[in-house]
Design a protein around this ligand. Sequence first.
Ligand code: SF4
Length: 178
Amino acid sequence: MATVYTRYPLANIAIYNGVTLAHYGLGAAGIVLGYARWPAMGWTAGLVYLGFALAQMYVLMPLTVCPSCVYRRMDVARCVSAMNLVSARIAPLADPRDFPRRAEGVLCHNNLYMASLIAPLVILLPALLVAFSWAVLAMFLGVVALFALRLFVVFPRVACGVCVAKGRCPNAQAMGLS
Ligand code: SF4
């Protein structure tokens, strides 16, 4: 049987959260720089994006997804984001049968999560077309690289591929990792 973690090593947690925060931070900085000709718009868009990305990951997920995840039910467990530990402090346990709901509906958490990853690319494209700069292109490509790293290395090797919940998780099923 393949290795799965009920208590992820700190290295996995650091890589997962590091790649996540780098993606959000680089995306927000790219938006601010990409719209430097229109600073009010750039700063507003960058800060709104950063606030949305952080809130869906570090507030909404422990409030709405983690309570029905298997990691909330195991005493010594620590999931790859470590949000099961945060969730235990801020939200009551929920029915584990609700876990697949994370992928149901237009505004489900899975869609918000994906939106937080894709949004900086969508917002930066017009800036590159209208006010091209090599620095913004480098940031755009950096976000693309972080996205690819997440999809092809972090998810299969660091997070979902070694997750106890992967047999029931719609995300792992969608990636063929369950
Ligand atoms: S399979 Fe991936 S998305 Fe699903 S609970 Fe595990 S780490 Fe989270």
